[in-house]
Each structure stands twice: as C-alpha cells, then as structure tokens.
Design a protein around this ligand. Structure first.
Ligand code: CMP
Length: 141
C-alpha cells in the first residue's frame, strides 16, 4: 500500500466541546501523520463550496450553516491506507449507528453535528485537500 493523503476536519461541535486533543490523540495512536492543520472559521460561501457535492440533498443548507457556527480544524493526514484508517476511526456518519470506540460514537450528538469529516475516496481527497491547503502548507513539501 502506498502512502495516501486524506482531508480530516474536526467540526465546530467538537472544537466547541473541547475534544480536539482527544481526537488528535486517536489520530496519533493510529500512526497517521498530521502533515498540515489550521483553525478555520468558514463563511457560508466557503462551506457551500466544500459540500457542493451535496447541493441537491435536503440537509445541504442546514449542514452548511452548522459548519459556519464556529471554527473547525481541517487537517491533512498521511499514511498507509490513510483514507480507510481515518474513516474507521471516525465511525458511521450517524453516531447512533457508529461502532463502539469510534470518534462519532464517543463525541457526536447527531448525524449533522457529527464531530468529524473525512474524504471518502482518493478523488474526493484530491478536491478537499487543496480546498483548505496550498502545497506550501503540507509537510514535508
Ligand atoms: P460528512 O462526513 O462531513 O459528509 C457530509 C455530511 O452531511 C455528513 O458528514 C453529515 O454531517 C451530513 N449529513 C449526511 N446525511 C445527513 C442527514 N440525513 N441529515 C443531516 N446531515 C447529514
């Protein structure tokens, strides 16, 4: 397996709750490298652009409003099989369906306020990583 990169976001609900450190500890224990990170308070236009793939879904506007409620922490994670590893750590989108020990089971309140985001495929990561980070912000460059 070659090294993969994925975009992870610690969402505003988890930042407000003060569980950023706990989530990052899980990332480090899974041997995923954080190669970029920054706190971002998105505008509505920025959130709409990020979730453009969901624009026809009934939850789109509510999701975008939720993502602008406060700062979030986008990160780029790197490692073998990073996309699947991060999705396994996150758990199912709906915390009610998430497995025990996953981030969403432990920290998410609802399918919308679900604590974290992760790219679902290499093509998605290729859109999502440069949405937040330039090549100069990735370490090593
Ligand atoms: P995320 O992994 O960020 O990708 C898209 C987001 O849309 C998802 O997490 C949820 O926060 C949100 N989402 C997906 N399905 C629903 C739904 N049925 N109702 C509300 N929000 C949803």
């Amino acid at each position: 397996m070659t090294t993969q990169r994925t975009l992870a976001i610690i969402k505003p609900d988890a930042v407000t709750k003060g569980v950023v450190g706990k989530i990052i500890t899980r990332i480090e224990r899974a041997a995923l490298a954080i190669i970029a990170a920054k706190l971002v308070h998105m505008t509505l236009a920025e959130a709409r652009g990020f979730y453009i793939v969901h624009r026809e879904r009934p939850f789109y506007e509510s999701l975008c409003a939720f993502m602008t409620q406060g700062p979030c922490l986008p990160m780029v994670l790197a490692g073998d099989d990073a996309i699947r590893k991060w999705r396994d750590l996150m758990g199912a989108t709906d915390p009610a369906k998430a497995a025990a020990g996953t981030i969403r089971k432990d920290f998410a309140a609802s399918i919308e306020a679900n604590a974290v985001h992760g790219s679902d495929a290499p093509e998605t990561a290729a859109f999502e990583i440069p949405y937040f980070f330039s090549s100069f912000e990735l370490w090593p460059r």
